[in-house]
Structures are given as structure tokens and as C-alpha cells.
Design a binder for this molecule. Structure first.
Ligand SMILES: *[C@@H]1O[C@H](CO)[C@@H](O)[C@H](O)[C@H]1NC(C)=O
Ligand SMILES: *[C@@H]1O[C@H](CO)[C@@H](O)[C@H](O)[C@H]1NC(C)=O
Length: 133
């Protein structure tokens, strides 16, 4: 009984690792890429880019883990597999406030007033895609 339980847990752990290793591929195509900046205007303080694969679509993603303020964001690439998908940016960390449709190639400054040196930031995002049913 004890041994059986242990084996089941081990099998589950292996299954989880396999799912993590199997990332982008034909079953999980790359959909989009966007670039993040810590200044307004999508030019200065380039902090790098995020890629979005299919298994990351239709879920809310917070930026707060990065510890970096993202003040402006540009959607750089939408792959053919992303037909009908929209990158939505939000002011809060839970994909609720100030939903903004980030269209391809345009710079999106986070809405709000700059207070002293603190510019308003984007704090979550979601790639909303048509779901096949
Ligand atoms: C988002 O922008 C795209 C491209 O301009 C447009 O086709 C789409 O309707 C917009 N979606 C919303 C929810 O406004
Ligand atoms: C939402 O946008 C408005 C301006 O349109 C801004 O004043 C407000 O601070 C924003 N909310 C958050 C949580 O940043």
C-alpha cells in the first residue's frame, strides 16, 4: 500500500517534467513576441522580450515576478498560427484594469500620470485567442 503510493507519486513527477520539457514545437507553436521597456515610447531602457507559445495563450500572466517596471510595450510579432489572437495589456496584476488591445507594431505606454520619477506601469498581460471547440 505504502509502496504503491510512492510509485504513483514518482510517476506523476516524471509526467510533470516531461510536460515542462516539451515546450514549443509542432503541437505547441510559437504565437507571438512582445518587447518591454522601462521608459515611455518603446525606445529607451529596453528590458528584452517575451515569447508566447500556444500553451501560454488564454491565461492571465503577471509581470510582477520580473521585479522590473514595464512602462511601455510593443507587440513585435504575431505568427500565422496566431490568427485572430489579440495581446491585451493591463494596469493591474490580475488582468482586470485598463484592458488595452496592443496591436502589431504600435507602442503602448501604460495609462496614467507620471508621479515624480515613477511612470505608470503594465502589470499583467494575456494573449486572447479563438478557442477551437
Ligand atoms: C484589437 O485590434 C485589432 C487590430 O486593429 C482589431 O482587429 C480588433 O478588433 C481589436 N479588438 C478589440 C477587442 O478591440
Ligand atoms: C487606468 O488608466 C487611467 C487613465 O486612463 C489611470 O489614471 C489609472 O491610474 C489606471 N489604473 C491603474 C491601476 O494604473
Amino acid at each position: 500500500m505504502q509502496i504503491t503510493a510512492l510509485i504513483s507519486v514518482a510517476a506523476l513527477a516524471i509526467g510533470t517534467n516531461a510536460a515542462v520539457i516539451q515546450r514549443q514545437g509542432t503541437d505547441n507553436p510559437r504565437l507571438a513576441q512582445f518587447r518591454v521597456f522601462s521608459d515611455t515610447g518603446c525606445s529607451n531602457l529596453n528590458e528584452g522580450f517575451y515569447t508566447v507559445d500556444q500553451d501560454q495563450s488564454n491565461q492571465c500572466n503577471s509581470f510582477t515576478d520580473s521585479g522590473i517596471p514595464y512602462v511601455s510595450i510593443r507587440l513585435e510579432d504575431l505568427e500565422p498560427a496566431a490568427a485572430g489572437c489579440e495581446l491585451i495589456l493591463y494596469s493591474d496584476a490580475t488582468c482586470l484594469v485598463n484592458a488595452t488591445n496592443a496591436t502589431l507594431g504600435t507602442c503602448n505606454n501604460a495609462p496614467g500620470e507620471k508621479v515624480g520619477v515613477s511612470a505608470p506601469t503594465w502589470n499583467s498581460w494575456q494573449l486572447v485567442c479563438p478557442t477551437s471547440s
